[in-house]
Design a protein around this ligand. Structure first.
Ligand SMILES: [Zn+2]
Length: 269
C-alpha cells in the first residue's frame, strides 16, 4: 500500500542543500519565476509548445515541474517534492490529469510527494532511472533518514536507462543517463520543442552543478556527463534544474565554474 507517513512534516530541516554544489545559492530568485510558459517557437510547430509550471517546495527549495501542452488535460509531474498539496492544488485548479510521475533521481526532496499524488490518482505510474529505483523505498538510501524524516514512495512502475523513450501527455522524452549526483540520475530531453528542453534534476544548475558528496556520487562522472551529453546541445537549449532558476546550455558552457569553459578542464570551446 501507499506510504504517506512523514511526507509533510517540516519539523526538522537539514540546513544543507540536497541539491546543488557549493555556496552559489539561488536565494529568493529561485522562488520568483513561478509559472513559466514558453511561447517562443523558432519554427512553425504543428503542436502547441510545452508549458512548464515550476512549484518550489521547502525546505530544500526543490523544483517540481508540471509539464503540459496547452489545450490538453493530461500532463506530467516531474520530481514531486515535499509539498505535494501545492502540486495537487495546481493540478486540480487547472483541471489537469497527470499521466505519469517522471523522476530524475531518488533523493528524498525529489520523491517525497509521490505517495500523496498516488493517493489522489491511484493509477499514476512512477518512472525513475534504474540505478536509483531502490531509493524510493529506502529512507537511508534516499537520504531522508539523514534529516530524521523517513520518506518512502510507492515503488517504480518503469525503470529507465539511456536510450529509452517516454511517450506521454503529447510529449516524447529521450532519456539520458547522467550519474554523479546520484548513481542512477537521468535527465529527460525534449527534442520536439524549439528550443530543446532538458528536465535536468540535480545535474546542471545556473552557475553550479549537483553535489557529489553523497553515497555513490562522483564529480568526475557528473562533469564528464555534462560535457559529453549536455554541452553538445544547442546554445538555446533550456535546462530546468531541480533547484533554482532555469538556464541554458550556452550560458553554462560559457560560464559555469565547475564544468564550463573557464573551469580549467580540457576539450571545451
Ligand atoms: Zn538530489
Amino acid at each position: 500500500m501507499l506510504t504517506t507517513g512523514m511526507l509533510t512534516t517540516g519539523r526538522r530541516r537539514p540546513r544543507q542543500s540536497l541539491g546543488n554544489s557549493g555556496s552559489r545559492g539561488y536565494s529568493r530568485e529561485s522562488q520568483s519565476f513561478g509559472k513559466v510558459a514558453f511561447g517562443r517557437v523558432a519554427v512553425p510547430s504543428p503542436v502547441a509548445p510545452a508549458e512548464i509550471e515550476v512549484i518550489v517546495s521547502v525546505p530544500f527549495m526543490e523544483n517540481t515541474l508540471i509539464v503540459r501542452r496547452p489545450g490538453r488535460r493530461d500532463c506530467l509531474v516531474v520530481d514531486p517534492g515535499f509539498q505535494p498539496e501545492k502540486i495537487i492544488r495546481s493540478l486540480q485548479s487547472n483541471d489537469l490529469a497527470p499521466s505519469a510521475i517522471l523522476l530524475t533521481h531518488g533523493h528524498a526532496d525529489h520523491i517525497a510527494g509521490n505517495a500523496a499524488l498516488r493517493q489522489e490518482w491511484p493509477a499514476l505510474p512512477i518512472l525513475i532511472g534504474a540505478g536509483d529505483a531502490a531509493m524510493l523505498t529506502d529512507p537511508r538510501a534516499n537520504l531522508s533518514a539523514l534529516g530524521g524524516v523517513n520518506v518512502t514512495s510507492p515503488s517504480a512502475d518503469r525503470l529507465l536507462v539511456e536510450g529509452d523513450r517516454v511517450e506521454a501527455a503529447g510529449f516524447e522524452f529521450d532519456v539520458l543517463d547522467l550519474p554523479g549526483h546520484s548513481p542512477g540520475h537521468i535527465v529527460y530531453l525534449l527534442q520536439t520543442e524549439s528550443p530543446f528542453i532538458v528536465l535536468g534534476g540535480d545535474v546542471l544548475f545556473q552557475g553550479s552543478i549537483g553535489r557529489c558528496d553523497f553515497p555513490g556520487g562522483s564529480q568526475k562522472l557528473l562533469v564528464g556527463g555534462i560535457r559529453k551529453k549536455l554541452f553538445p546541445l544547442a546554445d538555446d537549449t533550456i535546462v530546468y534544474p531541480g533547484h533554482g532558476a532555469p538556464t541554458t546550455i550556452g550560458h553554462e558552457r560559457r560560464t559555469n565554474p565547475f564544468c564550463g569553459k573557464n573551469a580549467g578542464l580540457f576539450d571545451i570551446e
